[in-house]
Design a protein around this ligand. Structure first.
Ligand code: HAM
Length: 442
């Protein structure tokens, strides 16, 4: 058997890994502005955690979970999303009773869905998201949507489409499900096998069907808004009015029902296409939920949250050149001239790092031409060149690899020289984010 990554899973390294880190940093920084704290829940949960909350009728639970028996014969599942695990944790640790409400949890990490791999769709992917738990108000829903928009805006997205809908309270949804059942029943024998199951489990899931012919039939289905209770309708328009006042543009999409069973009231998705018009699917999705804490044995408490897939966000950002400001290069490449200075160059490299600048050396006295090529491959900004003659005089050469300017400096003035060099570089107008590691470690 060939040693290849499991189907639908990918290796992420170098620039892509640095870009993922950048997205995570921006995400956490914006969450921080809204008072969120990180939750790290296990990747593996007992299967009931997802069966009971994410929903028996959802495609995720029915078809896409990585579920197996552990050595104690307990059924466990690799998380297909975070929300259920976070709520399980809030209930198990009784945080709803000990923490000030609302609890604001944010998270980032891998999730697993046995989905059909295609553009923007993987079997292991990375989600970043939030849950705001324990306070039920249109204002909380609106703040969560505002946070989602701010994260994507801070990442540089300009043309975002916020699609929003309400799926009402439990009573409205029960009426809606009946109406959908009545609409689909005469047509169901012509629809896909999944839809034939969906009509029994939850006819609302038919609206998520990806089969084109079924989507055509679904277009004529009754709309949720016809079955909304007065309270749900009022709440929806309250949320819309708050986000409108915050300057957020939205599109009401009355076919948006989301593919997970726990939602109630407002649901939303954010879409963005790449410059070339490629649609990687929804970048972000979320909504309000009511019964989940109770399902896990906790109190009746509401929550609202969203998650986005880093792979999709990354792809659209890359296609739209939103990483061009990112600089993952090395600060200094330290070059030995001759074998005799290898130890001194090794020490000098280490000293540069303790001063807070990133540095590398080739560990061998290669020809200078090859060393410059290596420096270039590592995106180094400066080269420091040290030979026997210089060492005897207590000096070294420092070359700006962008301007090609070279000057001698005294080794006992290393710190001042580096600070000056990188300070000057800022004045040149190249002072971009991630300028050099000293800046980051401050
Ligand atoms: P979801 O819509 O299933 O919601 O997933 C959220 C995001 O994960 C999607 O918008 C998409 O960016 C990404 N995503 C989903 N499936 C894949 C895949 N196969 N490959 C790559 N990316 C994917 C949830 O998971 C909810 N837990 C969100 C939430 C939090 N609702 C309330 N709180």
């Amino acid at each position: 058997m060939a040693y290849i990554a499991v189907k639908g899973m990918q290796d992420i390294y170098k620039d892509q890994a640095a870009s993922f880190n950048y997205i995570e940093e921006v995400f956490k920084a914006v969450c921080n502005l809204y008072g969120y704290h990180e939750f790290r829940t296990p990747i593996l949960e007992y299967t009931e955690v997802f069966d009971r909350s994410t929903g028996e009728s959802s495609d995720i639970v029915r078809k896409e979970m990585y579920t197996f028996l552990d050595k104690g014969d307990r059924s466990v599942t690799m998380r297909p999303e975070f929300t259920a695990g976070v709520i399980r944790s809030v209930v198990e640790n009784k945080l709803y009773a000990t923490e000030d409400l609302p609890i604001k949890a944010c998270y980032v990490g891998p999730v697993f869905r046995y989905d059909r791999p295609q553009l923007g769709r993987y079997r292991q992917f990375t989600q970043a998201g939030v849950e705001c738990i324990g306070q039920d108000s249109a204002r909380v829903d609106a703040e969560t949507i505002c946070l989602a928009i701010q994260i994507l805006s801070m990442l540089g997205f300009e043309n975002l489409t916020l699609k929003i809908n309400t799926i009402g309270d439990a009573e409205s949804r029960a009426k809606y499900r009946e109406a959908l059942k009545a609409y689909f029943e005469p047509k169901i024998s012509t629809m896909c096998e999944d839809c034939q199951q969906r009509i029994k489990l939850n006819p609302m899931r038919i609206l998520d069907c990806k089969v084109e012919a079924d989507q055509e039939i679904a277009k004529g289905a009754p709309k949720m808004k016809e079955f909304l209770s007065e309270a749900s309708e009022k709440r929806f328009y309250e949320t819309l009015s708050i986000i409108h006042d915050l300057g957020i543009e939205y599109e009401i999409d009355d076919s948006l029902v989301r593919g997970l069973d726990y939602y109630g009231e407002v649901v939303f998705e954010i879409h963005a296409k790449s410059k070339a018009g490629i649609d990687y699917g929804a970048l972000l999705g979320g909504g309000h939920y009511d019964g989940m804490l109770k399902t896990f044995g906790g109190p009746e408490m509401a929550g609202v949250g969203f998650a986005f897939g880093l792979e999709r966000v990354y792809s659209v950002m890359k296609d739209n050149d939103l990483f061009k400001e990112l600089d993952n290069g090395l600060d200094v490449y330290v070059m030995p001239v001759g074998e005799s200075v290898l130890d001194d160059v090794f020490e000098l490299t280490s000293e540069i790092r303790t001063l807070g600048y990133s540095a590398e050396t080739p560990f061998a006295a290669l020809k200078l031409g090859s060393q410059f090529k290596k420096a270039e491959k590592r995106g180094a900004k400066f080269a420091i060149i040290l030979g026997e003659d210089e060492l005897a005089k207590g000096v070294a050469q420092m070359k700006n690899l962008k301007t090609q300017e070279q000057k001698e400096f005294k080794l006992d003035q290393l710190e001042e020289t580096l600070d000056d060099a990188f300070g000057e570089d800022d004045d040149d107008g190249c002072g971009e984010p991630h300028e050099h590691s000293k800046e980051e470690t401050k």
